[in-house]
Design a protein around this ligand. Structure first.
Ligand SMILES: C[S@@+](CC[C@H](N)C(=O)[O-])C[C@H]1O[C@@H](n2cnc3c(N)ncnc32)[C@H](O)[C@@H]1O
Length: 466
């Protein structure tokens, strides 16, 4: 289904203003069908672990299906939990993801360079046997940690030094979150898993997805699944409610999680996950693709750059980063989501300039831009109208061509439709999606394919043969 009026007529300036649409930017007739899909639409690896400000797999599909073919390279320089590259790999494209956050890199790598199911299951059995052999020592360690967390030494993540390893201590809030038996198993698994090993990395990523949440499938019920509550809140809450975590078996939980992840076979194509700054992604992407004998230019970019410092990815994931052995504070210090609009736009311009050498002549670049109005209740200066400024101050000066702006909000599109009828209504706020061509031929391709009907069955019938 397509929305007639968006195709038939370009809105007038008055209509665009009434809708909060930028006067200068034309609309593009891409219907936001992704909003109508099931929450878990797409490959079964997508829900490996929640990640703040991620977009749905269906959104990535809407652009991947229209603007790339099997075998093309599809890139996301801010890949987060890997939505774009995973969906691309699952559709026979070469999905390339890059992120500066090591937790995001881990999630992306686990999806586009995943373990096989047999390897994951074999390693799980090996871990279970290792635990059985040494459970009393690890359980005793966990008991000591619960009694005096900040003074009981434990082995480092990935050190494989056994329960006597003494590299660090456990934050109080971590000790509070788990039943002592669960904590013992977690300390063991944490010290065993090596993140530079594909299978271990996959299992570590799967554990981050079940670490905390409000149901029996999670290892701690202290916090919701979406993000870690502030450590101080956790301490106060645990004290106030005399919180005691139910006993959960890490190996059983992980086995069920791996079963859920492999509900579908792994993605049909292997992708690439890179760790680093989006501003200098081009040489790293090119080197990685050449080393794998793949085409070295991207035909499509689908990405949502970090918004105006809305999310602190380290702080909001401190329990997961602890498990992985990452430093949450260091992550937040490195990620440069700018606080203000001007530096943000300069950053985006640098990113778009840096991408140029690895885009094909007819490449399409899709930027999902949040019109951020508030950050936890506080109004952000310069948040609204971000997409318009992104075009004027970042994309246009770097020679990109504008195909149009798509709305990602069904309600807004309905109001838009209504507006053409009765000139009434004011759109709800939406994300704006800038669709750009790397050159004029990219812009033409973007326009020509915008209204193509694409398949929404998952897995798509056309791909079942791939
Ligand atoms: C809005 S999120 C992307 C979410 C992603 N689309 C998904 O579906 O999961 C923005 C990402 O930009 C990353 N980031 C922030 N600064 C960066 C930089 N300078 N270079 C690369 N990535 C960066 C953050 O770690 C975060 O994962």
């Amino acid at each position: 289904m397509t929305v007639g009026p968006t195709r038939a007529r370009t809105p007038t300036a008055a209509q665009q203003l009434a809708l909060d649409l930028p006067v200068a930017l034309p609309a593009i007739a891409i219907e936001p069908e992704w909003k109508a899909q099931q929450r878990l639409w797409g490959h079964s690896f997508h829900p490996m672990c929640s990640y703040l400000a991620s977009f749905p797999a269906a959104l990535a599909h809407a652009f991947i299906a229209r603007y790339s073919r099997p075998g093309d390279v599809v890139l996301d320089p801010f890949s987060g939990r890997g939505t774009t590259p995973l969906q691309a790999c699952a559709e026979g494209r070469i999905g390339v993801g890059n992120d500066l956050n090591p937790f995001a890199h881990l999630l992306t790598a686990s999806k586009v360079e995943p373990a096989t199911r047999p390897a994951a299951m074999t390693r799980l059995t090996q871990l279970r046997l290792g635990w059985n052999a040494d459970a009393p020592a690890w359980s005793a360690l966990a008991q000591r940690v619960v009694a005096v967390p900040a003074r009981t030494p434990i082995p480092a993540a990935g050190s494989r030094t056994g329960p006597t390893g003494d590299a660090e201590t456990v934050p109080v809030e971590v000790a509070l979150a788990f039943h002592p038996d669960t904590l013992g198993q977690l300390l063991f698994v944490r010290s065993e898993l090596r993140l530079d090993d594909r299978t271990d990395r996959f299992l570590a990523a799967a554990i981050t997805g079940i670490l905390h949440g409000k149901s029996a499938s999670y290892l701690s019920e202290l916090m919701p699944n979406t993000f870690s509550m502030a450590p101080r809140y956790v301490r106060d809450f645990a004290a106030r409610t005399a919180f005691e975590s139910p006993r959960r078996d890490v190996f059983d939980g992980l086995t069920s999680k791996v079963d859920r992840l492999f509900r579908q076979p792994g993605p049909s194509t292997e992708g690439v996950a890179l760790l680093g700054d989006a501003r200098d992604v081009a040489p790293r992407v090119q080197a990685a693709l050449r080393a794998r004998g793949r085409p070295d230019r991207a035909r499509l970019v689908v990405t949502s750059p970090p918004y105006l410092r809305v999310v602190k990815y380290g702080y909001y994931n401190w329990l997961r980063t602890w498990f992985l052995g990452f430093d949450a504070r260091a992550i937040d210090a490195t990620l440069d989501d700018a606080h203000h609009r001007e530096p943000y736009l300069a950053f985006l311009r640098d990113v778009l300039a840096g991408l140029r050498p690895i885009l094909t002549e007819d490449a399409v670049v899709v930027l999902v831009i949040g019109d951020v109005e508030t950050d936890r209740g506080r109004r952000i200066k310069g948040g609204v109208g971000l997409a318009e400024r992104a075009w004027e101050q970042a994309a246009e000066p770097e020679g990109y061509r504008l195909a149009g702006v798509a709305l990602d909000d069904v309600a807004a599109v309905r109001k838009m439709t209504k507006l053409w009828g009765d000139e009434a209504g004011r759109a709800t706020k939406t994300d704006r999606i800038l669709v750009l061509g790397a050159t004029e031929s990219g812009r033409r391709r973007a326009l020509a394919a915008a209204s193509l009907d694409i398949e929404w069955d998952w897995p798509p019938r056309s791909l079942r043969a791939l």
